[in-house]
Structures are given as C-alpha cells and as structure tokens.
Design a protein around this ligand. Structure first.
Ligand SMILES: NC(=O)c1ccc[n+]([C@@H]2O[C@H](COP(=O)([O-])OP(=O)(O)OC[C@H]3O[C@@H](n4cnc5c(N)ncnc54)[C@H](O)[C@@H]3O)[C@@H](O)[C@H]2O)c1
Length: 323
C-alpha cells in the first residue's frame, strides 16, 4: 500500500486538498491508503479524518510519521510557519508537496531549496493555476507559439492585508507558466488604498522570450475574478478562471483565429478541487512518487524562486527588478 499523510487540516486544506485526496484514493482504492491526517487542533484533525476517510488523526506530525511511515507527505500550513516546519518535516526524507509560496521571503526560499538539495528530497510546490484544466488547455492551444502579449487580471474583495503578495504570487507565477519563460525585467506601480496597508498594483514587464506582459492586481474591487488575454500571431485568447464549485460561465475559453471566434468549455460543473487544479497536481505528484520517478521533483523550490522574488518586490514596494 502507498501510504499518504497530510499535515494541516485548516480552511484551504478542507476546501480542496481533502476532497482531491478522497477522489484520488477512491480511484486507486486497492493501492492507496489515506493513512493519517494531523493538525495541532485535534477536533479539526478528527473531523478531517471522518470527512475524507483517513485511517487516523493526530495532533503531532512527528508521532504520525513515526507511527505510519508514509511514502508521501502533503503539508498545508500557515504561510509564516511553512518554511520552518518544512525544513523540520524534510528531516524525515519523505517526498513532500507544499502550498505556494514555499517561504515568505527569499531567505526562507533559499533555505528550503538548500535543505531539499542536501537531503535529496523529492518535492513539489503547488502553484495550482499551473494545474487547472483551463490553463493547461490554454498552454495546449498556444503550444509552438510565443505570445506577443499577456494580460493577467487578479481582482479580489476586501483583501486589504499587508501580506496579500502571497496571493498575488499566483498571478505572477501564472504569467511565467503561460509565457513558458522566466521574467527578464519588471516595473511596478503602486496606488495605495487610503486608510489600509493594501495597494492596487500595476505590473509592466518583459519575459526572457520577449513576450510583453501586464498584470493588474486590485485587492478591493468588489469581485473575485482571475482572467487573462493572450495575443500571438493570428491567435487571440481570453479566459476567466473558475473560483468555486458552481458551474458558472467562467468555465470557458474564447479564442479566435482570422477573427473567427470559438468557445472551448472546460470542466463545466466540476468542483473547485478539480477546476482549481488541486486534483491534477496531487495526482501527478503522488502517481510519480508511487512509480518511484523521484528525479522529476528535485528542483521545485529552485523553480519557485523567481515567482517568489517578484512577489517579494510587492511586499517591499520595490519599483523594478531585472534578472
Ligand atoms: N492556492 C490557493 O489558492 C490558496 C488559497 C488559500 C490558502 N492557500 C495556502 O494554504 C495554506 C494554509 O492556509 P489556510 O488559510 O488554510 O490556513 P489555516 O490557518 O486555516 O490552516 C493551517 C492549519 O495548519 C495547522 N497547523 C499549524 N501548525 C501546525 C503543526 N505544527 N502541525 C500540524 N498542523 C499545524 C493549523 O492548526 C491550521 O489548522 C497557506 O500556505 C496559504 O497560502 C492557498
């Protein structure tokens, strides 16, 4: 049996990871065991165990790992604790999947990268937009084309917290994914929202491939939307990512060639644990770990560094960065 343990049974974990893991286990019932889940809050861990079908609940991950000896770990922890606990967890030398951002600053991210390298730990950072059925389809449509321009909009409501850059990182990383390239240079404009620690953020940049990009991030816009437009030679595409369980019109890509539009429906009616890319991500990682394809997952902390550094510029209100 391939034994999986999960650490951190909080809000996000309950909304998407529990459901994604339950689906994963049900599809591989004879080979996969949800062996243990753990949270410092024992009633929360117990509820998670009962809801998603884990064998046991724990309030101490050391005890859980010693008892279960899992083949894979998933850790969905508070951002400010994720790097410190990540280093501690990697001491067990068990393949590990974590949420974005892996650490809250470059120093933490480099520490994680060095630790994984030194201990040779297979690992993956779930930048979930990369695994959404919708953006995977967008990538497929654009395969072989370098986009001329990418616009990515991230709109939220009442997200006035100072550390909003740890959410803004999704937009920054999605553009890297969609362009198939690292950033070359980026300039930021900040319009502070009076009476708060938040700002509307406007990002102009260029990718290493030459693609020009614009990202607009409005954390108090009255709506939760993430959308984008990509233009290439005779290829235009517009998407609007799904954000909840409801079958909304968002589950659609519109593209056009020679001015002739075409709609592509994506996963209409799927729950957010699927449409948000969480199931795809865990299934890819866990299947490959079960097949002992460890070599695929040795560089994820390294690859996360550039997206994390650009997001960190927002935290520091830096005006520009070049790579
Ligand atoms: N990808 C996305 O779209 C997205 C959305 C929301 C949150 N997140 C990420 O998910 C992560 C969790 O966020 P959340 O809002 O669910 O937080 P949360 O506070 O609701 O959950 C974190 C849980 O970790 C538990 N925990 C803390 N220390 C622990 C330890 N030592 N052992 C076991 N459990 C421990 C807490 O008790 C809590 O239940 C963050 O990294 C956040 O950035 C990602």
């Amino acid at each position: 049996m391939f034994k999986i343990c999960l650490i951190g049974c909080g809000n996000h974990s309950t909304f998407v990871y529990g459901r994604a893991l339950k689906k994963y286990q049900e599809e591989r019932v004879s080979s996969v065991e949800l062996a243990g889940c753990c949270d410092l809050d024992m009633p929360r861990a117990k509820k998670y165990q009962e809801t998603f079908g884990f064998n046991n609940a724990y309030d101490d991950f050391n005890k859980m790992i010693d008892n279960v000896k899992p083949e894979a770990l998933i850790a969905i922890l508070p951002e400010n604790l994720a790097a410190g606990l990540g280093v501690e967890i990697m001491g067990y030398k068990i393949p590990l999947l974590v949420e974005k951002p892996p650490g809250i600053n470059t120093h933490e991210n480099i520490t994680l990268k060095q630790c994984a390298k030194q201990l040779d730990i297979p690992h993956l950072v779930n930048f979930n937009r990369r695994y959404t059925p919708m953006l995977k389809e967008v990538k497929k449509i654009f395969s072989g084309n370098t986009p001329d321009h990418i616009y990515y909009g991230m709109y939220r409501h009442k997200r006035l917290e100072k550390h909003f850059y740890t959410t803004a990182i999704h937009a920054i990383d999605a553009v890297r994914f969609l362009s198939g390239s690292d950033y070359k240079k980026v300039a930021f404009t900040y319009h502070e929202i009076p009476g708060t620690e938040a700002a509307n953020i406007y990002i102009d940049g260029e990718m290493a491939t030459g693609t020009k990009i614009n990202i607009v991030i409005c954390p108090n816009s009255g709506m939760v939307v993430e959308c984008g437009t990509i233009a290439a030679n005779n290829l235009f595409l517009n998407f609007n990512l799904p954000f909840n369980d409801k079958p909304t019109p968002a589950h659609k890509i519109t593209l056009a060639r020679d001015t002739i539009p075409e709609d592509v429906l994506i996963g209409h009616g799927d729950g957010y644990h699927i449409s948000g890319g969480f199931y795809n991500c865990i299934a890819m990682f866990l299947d490959d770990i079960a097949d002992k394809k460890y070599g695929l997952y040795k560089t994820a902390f390294d690859e996360a560094l550039q997206s994390s550094r650009v997001a960190e510029c927002i935290a520091n209100r830096e005006p520009m960065i070049s790579f």
